[in-house]
Design a protein around this ligand. Structure first.
Ligand code: ADP
Ligand code: MG
Length: 624
């Protein structure tokens, strides 16, 4: 019989190296991973067999068997699931079928906590955890519907071999040759305890084969079919880790029975921590669809809208036909109803949490708010509910605020909900455009999620108040009354401001098409100038984002606002009034525009000229 030697892909080798050489606080989890794979393999065959019953070959009694040999120090985990042929073995146990390996390596190398190896299953590389306890692993497998069995064998050191093998019936048998310090895993009590702890929720029996009669170690009924009162917190948590490939504890567990027009059971989890791949476009969620306890598919967009993609768990439908194919799911009317039902359920759970556990809810929002906000433009039906659930940073304190609370704090005469957007909260707080608002005590929302640029234009309003960017159009500050009467009076008495009309004319002449307009500002109090987008134009940051993504070719010319109360502007105004052609005005105009760009965080079109001009003006200032 020929034996083929193959090398692991480099990343698998590195992964194995870590698994073999690290010290673990929790080695037990290897069994959880192997049993979970065995159970997945049975689920897969059960699904395939709906269309091809012959695959079952009369054996529909799915099981995971554990065999121990404490003389040879061997533990075997066997299943009668779908099995693997030669190609499957190479693909699944030697190469990187998904991006998980690289991500796992990344996560483990960043953490100095050996415990983090626990999360191996989350990255879709759980199989390799077998090498935590064994120095040799043999996998004998026969795929359902095929006659030839194959053996995969490796000591975890860079290579594995594949050869033909004998096996009665289909399925997979994994034999672990335990290292001396892991002999304990042939001990019955030990195995009983581990299975109870980590695998009790597995829907098929996990059976310990003993001389004096076999013993089923787990409950062996699908967890979601059991009454809530009979499920412990620990069991819910373990099931969460299993279905969601997660290593945190769930923040919320929602287990319910929908009755009436459509019947289904939902066991939904909201995570505490953000999954590492939440923004990966390839990511498939971890919500599993079952039809009467038969696994159909996982991560179906048909089950939940993308803005709830962090929700995981199980949905088991009573009404869908068993022979529903994955392709048919797409526009199945029943599924659309289930999807709406699940969405409403999650929304109301969030609403309750927001009321009863404000702090916990804010942590949730911090992790998932940017994803939930996608719903504001993707899901018209639920938009209003999502808007109420949304939390914002603002210039009012350091915490989060709701829109309703913002509206509550609006000043007399204030018509719009003001916001400013950018990449960084602290930089935003220092934006010159905010000065006038701050002086009048008008609150401004600080938006830092890229998604804000997308929902903002499509939502437009909250409680009939327009959202308005402070970087766009007129500031309308004169119509708004502040609590501070002095600040209001300031608007009226203009004597401390210069007449800037001559200066404005000179700047317009100097900048030509470089700006759309130059005008006096009522939003600046301490800075000399700032950039503003046209009333009709895009928000400044929105346009920058579009430019980055090549959606627009050019940033359109902005409006330059100057502050007539600023001492530099006053001096320049005096000069311009006396001599509209004074040479300094040209340099000043260009420098002011570049300064405003820098404040915006924009790159200067010509930094060299800027530096030269600045040097010249400084030199003159020094009396050279
Ligand atoms: P994951 O289970 O997250 O996909 P694993 O590293 O645990 O990652 O397993 C890798 C792959 O190997 C599985 O996706 C599956 O295709 C295959 N596999 C592992 N164990 C079995 C088994 N007992 N029966 C059939 N296929 C298996
Ligand atoms: Mg696995």
């Amino acid at each position: 019989m020929t034996e083929e030697k193959m090398r692991f892909e480099a990343e698998v080798s590195r992964l194995l190296d870590i698994v073999v050489h690290s010290l673990y606080s929790n080695k037990d989890i290897f069994l959880r991973e192997l049993i979970s794979n065995a159970s997945d393999a049975c689920d897969k065959l059960r699904y395939e067999a709906i269309a091809k019953p012959d695959l079952l070959a009369g054996d529909a009694d799915f099981k995971v068997r554990l065999l121990t040999d404490d003389v040879r120090n061997v533990l075997t985990i066997a299943d009668n699931g779908i099995g693997m042929n030669k190609e499957d073995l190479v693909d699944n146990l030697g190469t990187i079928a998904n991006s998980g390996t690289a991500k796992f390596l990344d996560a483990v190398s960043k953490s100095d906590n050996a415990k983090d190896v626990d999360l191996i299953g989350q990255f879709g590389v759980g199989f390799y955890s077998a090498f935590m306890v064994a120095n040799k692993v043999e996998v004998v497998s026969r795929k359902a519907g095929e006659d030839q069995a194959w053996k995969w064998s490796s000591d975890g050191k860079g290579e594995y071999t594949i050869s033909e093998a004998e096996m009665e019936g289909r399925g997979t048998q994994i034999t672990l040759h335990l290292t001396d310090d892991n002999k304990e895993f042939t001990d019955e009590h030990r195995l009983r305890h581990i299975v109870k702890t980590y695998s009790d929720h597995i829907g098929i029996p996990v059976v310990l084969m003993k001389g004096d009669g076999d013993e089923t170690l787990n409950e062996a009924s699908a967890l979601w079919t059991r009454p809530k009162s009979e499920i412990t917190d620990e069991q819910y948590k373990e099931f969460y880790k299993h279905t969601s490939h997660a290593f945190d504890d769930p923040w919320k567990t929602i287990h319910y029975q929908a009755e009436g027009a459509i019947e289904y059971t939902g066991l939904l989890y909201l995570p505490t921590m953000r999954p590492f791949d939440l923004y990966d476009p390839q990511r498939k969620g971890h919500l599993k669809l079952y039809v009467r306890k038969v696994f159909i598919t996982e991560g179906a967009d048909e089950l939940l809208p993308p803005w709830l993609r962090f929700v995981s768990g199980v949905v088991d439908s009573q009404d869908l036909p068993l022979n529903v194919s994955r392709e048919m799911l797409q526009d199945h009317p029943l599924l659309t109803k289930i999807k709406n039902g699940l969405t409403k359920k999650v929304l109301s759970e969030l609403e309750t949490a927001a009321k009863k556990d404000a702090e916990g809810y804010e942590t949730f929002w911090e992790n998932f708010g940017s994803v939930v906000k996608e719903g504001l433009y993707e899901d018209q039906t639920n938009r209003d509910r999502i808007l109420k659930l949304a939390r914002f940073r603002s210039t009012h304190g350091d915490g989060w605020t709701t829109l309703a609370d913002y509206v509550e704090r609006m000043k007399d005469g204030q018509k719009a909900i003001y916001y400013i957007s950018g990449e960084d909260i602290d930089a935003l707080k220092r934006s010159p455009q905010l000065e006038g608002f701050a002086a009048k005590g008008i609150e401004v929302l600080l938006l830092t999620d890229p998604v804000d640029e997308f929902w903002m234009p499509s939502v437009g309003q909250f409680e009939e108040k327009d959202f308005k960017s402070v970087t766009r159009g007129g500031a309308d500050l004169n119509d708004i009354k502040s609590d501070d009467k002095e600040a209001d009076k300031d608007d009226k008495k203009e004597e401390d401001a210069s007449d800037a009309s001559a200066l404005i004319a000179a700047i317009k002449l100097a900048l030509g098409n470089g700006v759309k307009d130059v005008r006096e500002s009522d939003r600046l109090t301490s800075s000399a100038c700032c950039l503003i987008a046209d009333e009709m134009g895009m928000d400044l940051r929105m346009e920058r984002l579009m430019k980055q993504h090549n959606r627009v070719d050019e940033i359109s010319p902005r409006i330059l606002e100057i502050n007539p109360k600023h001492s530099l502007i006053k001096k320049l105004s005096d000069i311009a009034t006396k001599d509209a052609k004074a040479p300094i005005l040209n340099d000043a105009a260009l420098l002011l525009l570049d300064q405003a760009r820098i404040l915006e965080g924009e790159a200067l079109p010509d930094p060299v000229s800027f530096a030269r001009r600045l040097d010249l003006v400084m030199e003159k200032g020094l009396g050279a």
